[in-house]
Design a protein around this ligand. Sequence first.
Ligand SMILES: Cc1cc2nc3c(=O)[nH]c(=O)nc-3n(C[C@H](O)[C@H](O)[C@H](O)COP(=O)(O)OP(=O)(O)OC[C@H]3O[C@@H](n4cnc5c(N)ncnc54)[C@H](O)[C@@H]3O)c2cc1C
Length: 317
Amino acid sequence: MTCDGSVMSITRNILLWMSENKLMKERISKLGFVRKAVKKFMPGETEDAALEASKEFLTFGIPSVFTKLGENISHLSEATEVRDHYLQLIDKIAERKLDIEISVKLTQLGFDLSEEETFKNFYAIVKSAKEKLNNTVFIDMESTIYTQRTIDFYKRCKKDFENVGICLQAYLFRTEKDIEDLEATNPSIRMVKGAYKEPHNFVFKDKAQADDNFFNCARNLLIGSKEKKIRLVFATHDEKLINRIISEAEIQNIHKSKYEFQMLYGIKTSLQKQLAVDGYSFRVLIAYGESWYPWYMRRLAERPANIWFVLKNIFKN
Ligand SMILES: Cc1cc2nc3c(=O)[nH]c(=O)nc-3n(C[C@H](O)[C@H](O)[C@H](O)COP(=O)(O)OP(=O)(O)OC[C@H]3O[C@@H](n4cnc5c(N)ncnc54)[C@H](O)[C@@H]3O)c2cc1C
């Protein structure tokens, strides 16, 4: 690893540690210049701000995925509030006839407290999305302590509902096998690189290896999709990787309508629009909500250069 590489890796680890630290959360999330900087990645804390942003993206032919930020809640009453929030949101989306899917974190619906309550909360959201929007609800993938439980949860949901998707992380050694295992369930899979601080024995230490694993998983999924019903979502801002996936799909003779790309609001917006113009299926993920701190710290960790953007806001203030 180069000197630059090791500084990046240390910075990433510090930021990921900060993302999990309660005291840091208390202090940092109150700082005005940080709150301003967050706006780069989210249009606002309210669902109305997210709905406004989604309307703007629709003018470019880009539909959205919504996620209300929050994770690892401590009381089941908070999970019920999150469920009710999503149920009301689904009603609003249906009324306004918008093309918006939802993606949720299971720990925001009670996964640390009661699996059965999490099922009830999640089922209510999936059922409503099926009936009112006829679209898919995705399950985010969180840190490795949840990977197996999340996959088991997904499989259980798939028995009752076909409109459920799951996110898988390419930085994990296990993901290629998980894909093989899930292929029989006609899955909807969103591939990402992975955003958490994980023990070395679970993840590719080298970023280039994780990137290669993303491509290998993508190729397996593309090939698998020729015979099985698989919805394929590649969620990355890595242009080189996107081009490799597009070339592989062409080699495999798979039409661009058979797979899709997703990116986060505020990152590489011109590439997002270009993909839509070029006829690729593309969705932008719009996050909102007050509990943005851990999520935002993971965004900083992905690209430590973002810290300069935060610091610039001190001087702007
Ligand atoms: C739609 C969507 C859903 C996701 N869901 C999950 C999930 O459920 N679980 C999970 O673990 N992770 C999730 N992620 C995050 C993902 O794991 C990565 O951490 C994140 O996408 C960055 O990786 P990358 O593929 O863009 O590649 P990278 O190699 O990290 O980045 C490629 C290039 O994109 C740009 N870029 C990337 N990140 C940033 C940033 N934060 N700020 C500015 N520029 C940036 C930079 O130019 C960078 O060089 C999701 C990502 C997306 C887009």
